[in-house]
Design a protein around this ligand. Structure first.
Ligand code: GLA
Length: 388
């Protein structure tokens, strides 16, 4: 995590010399359950020890926000009453969160904010959710005495993506960033929003991310397309079964998918097939974790990769290559993590294979693509919090 004094020194320098409160929110990993959140299925994320830190202070104005991105060295001032909001994409997260928190009962007025982050951008570790949750947490503390619920902060983050940033995401990332707990993964049922903490200390194994450093861009992208495919399949199934309610693919069975196969495109069929399989795999992973069967967990991770690559088509050559290297090194489980189109693989690897695997992956990736993948050892950290 970053240093509070570093953020504070920039806040003092760029505004009026006063200090505010400092808040932090993490990025996330996800063990399994990809593209299931907006389909009402299960996810299995955990917060990481990297995130976003922001210092915020009400500035006494009705609705003027003065914002400084420490990493980009960029200052943007805007008014919450401006219907268009700021153009800089990073500032739109602040604008969006402030308006969405207002909708959820926080009496947000003008404020100064400076923030920095250490979640690698575009790595599929949800740097944007870390921003949203951090800003939401701070504004809740400063303008609502913490009365906006944790779930409403999650939903404010998701609505910011939908309404101001062009990504129709689910709730996994914001959920993990708000609710994360050190040492625990969380199984969330995205339909009922019930969740459970799972202490995750796999004896003899560790989790490591390999970042291909291929950047993904979800905005206005194939991500929204995938979501539309899923909704289209649900519409077809619902039309065949007027007696029942179908909200998402979570409500649909394998048989029902087969019934509409002839009416939908081959592409939509494959996408829905992946989602139904992934829903089952998360539950199978929970059973395996309950009996400490990490080899089974790993097998299911490889199946997810296969599905994300061939059926959901959100992988890329570099990530498939990293997955092959993992397999060839006898790594227990490996798969693309997050939305896809670049970013990381998440690998469950036995301690005794770790060094060999990392060095082989670096060498072979470098030979093929001219640069090494970045390596992040996963440390499961806490969710959103006030630091001072
Ligand atoms: C992105 C989205 C999430 C989720 C994942 C895929 O991270 O923000 O809501 O859909 O992709 O599992």
């Amino acid at each position: 995590m970053m240093d509070i004094e570093f953020v504070r020194s920039r806040f003092i320098k760029h505004f009026d010399g006063n200090t505010g409160n400092v808040y932090a929110s993490p990025g996330r990993i996800n063990l399994i359950g990809e593209h299931t959140d907006y389909n009402g299925g299960y996810v299995f994320p955990g917060a990481v020890d990297k995130g976003v830190m922001a210092e915020i202070r009400p500035n006494g104005t009705e609705d003027t926000v003065m914002a400084y991105s420490i990493d980009l060295k960029d200052r943007v001032d805007f008014k919450l009453s401006d219907p268009n909001g700021p153009r800089a994409s990073w500032a739109r997260y602040i604008y969006g969160i402030a308006l969405e928190m207002r909708k959820r009962g926080a009496n947000v007025k003008g404020f100064n904010i400076a923030f920095a982050g250490d979640v690698p951008l575009g790595a599929g570790m949800s740097s944007s959710a870390a921003m949203e949750s951090c800003f939401a947490f701070g504004l809740n503390d400063l303008f609502a005495d913490g009365k906006v619920s944790q779930w409403d902060m999650v939903l404010a983050g998701q609505a910011t993506e939908h309404n101001y940033c062009g990504v129709n995401c689910g709730i996994m990332d914001q959920f993990a960033s708000v609710f994360g707990k050190s040492g625990c993964l969380m199984r969330l049922d995205c339909r009922s929003r019930e969740f459970e903490y799972f202490p995750f200390k796999p004896d003899g194994y560790r989790l490591v991310l390999l970042d291909s450093v291929v950047k993904h861009q979800l905005a206005g992208s194939p991500y929204n397309d995938r979501r539309r495919s899923c909704e289209n399949v649900v519409k077809h199934i619902a039309a065949k079964h007027p007696e029942a309610t179908f909200e998402t693919l979570r409500d649909c069975t394998w048989e029902q998918l087969e019934e509409v196969k002839a009416d939908i495109s081959e592409e939509d069929y494959r996408r829905a097939k992946f989602v139904l399989g992934e829903k089952d795999r998360v539950l199978a992973v929970c059973d395996a974790l309950n009996v400490g069967d990490y080899e089974r967990v790993g097998e299911l991770m490889y199946q997810t990769h296969e599905g994300l690559s061939k059926d959901y088509e959100v992988s890329c050559e570099e990530l498939d290559f990293l997955n092959d290297i993992a397999k060839e090194n006898g790594v227990t489980g490996s798969r693309i993590m997050g939305g896809g189109f670049g970013g990381c693989t998440i690998n469950l690897v036995r301690n005794d294979l770790y060094l060999q695997f990392i060095s082989d992956a670096k060498k072979r990736f470098n030979e093929k693509y001219g640069h090494e993948p970045k390596v992040y050892d996963v440390v499961i950290g806490d969710g959103s919090r006030k630091l001072c």
